[in-house]
Design a protein. Structure first.
Length: 222
């Protein structure tokens, strides 16, 4: 497999130099910072990702104060106790996006977050403790335990919160195909295992965060 140092040097040239490449790297949080994030912040970000999928994010962001009010500040314990009548009332609330499936998903996800906090001490502990060398395993668990977090929704949610990890954007997928690491959309378990192994090797080789490796691959391919 090609050395990542070669990929990084070519990406630097495409970006206009090492400083310019570094400036394009995503910001990440330490484990301690992830633990300190309130559950409501995780829940709000998760819900924003769900409601904004397929829509203009600026439009959704402009509506988000109304969402915060409608969903009790995204305190999981409060949303978990919402009733069917409460959900029906939300479907009459013109200040938010009235998507019944996503509103039901938000209620379900609140219950799941309460369960996770009981199991791990906090939602932040759950996110921080998950090993980045198996970030695909976290994607799978989030998809299984939560609703409306399939596809790239889980990776983007984790990136929003500052958790290290790669994202299989179209450019990253194209780069991995070019490097013959997996094939096509990289959706099979075999291909994803190969992708995780490749990122683990590159992380060990370079010491770079997985998110930076991912962004460099995208720039290299783009």
């Amino acid at each position: 497999m090609i050395s990542f140092d070669k990929i990084r040097k070519e990406a630097e040239q495409l970006a206009g130099g090492a400083d310019e490449l570094a400036a394009r790297m995503p910001a990440l949080k330490s484990d301690e910072e992830l633990r300190a994030i309130p559950a409501a912040d995780y829940f709000s970000a998760m819900s924003f990702r769900i409601f904004s999928t397929g829509l203009n994010q600026t439009m959704v962001r402009n509506k988000w104060p109304a969402f915060e009010e409608a969903f009790h500040g995204f305190e999981p314990s409060k949303v978990a106790f919402m009733t069917e009548d409460d959900i029906a009332d939300l479907m009459e609330n013109t200040a938010i996006i009235r998507h019944l499936g996503k509103i039901h998903a938000t209620h379900h996800n609140a219950i799941t977050l309460v369960e996770i906090a009981k199991q791990h001490g906090s939602v932040g502990n759950y996110i921080a403790d998950w090993p980045t060398d198996n970030i695909i395993g976290l994607w799978d668990e989030l998809k299984t335990r939560f609703k409306q977090l399939g596809g790239n929704s889980s990776p983007y949610f984790l990136r929003m919160m500052g958790k290290d990890g790669f994202i299989l954007t179209p450019d990253v997928v194209a780069a991995l195909n070019k490097l013959k690491i997996g094939n096509g959309k990289l959706s099979s378990k075999k291909d994803r295992a190969s992708v995780q192994a490749a990122f683990n090797d590159w992380h060990e080789e370079t010491g770079l965060p997985y998110a930076h490796l991912s962004r460099i691959l995208a720039i290299w391919m783009g």
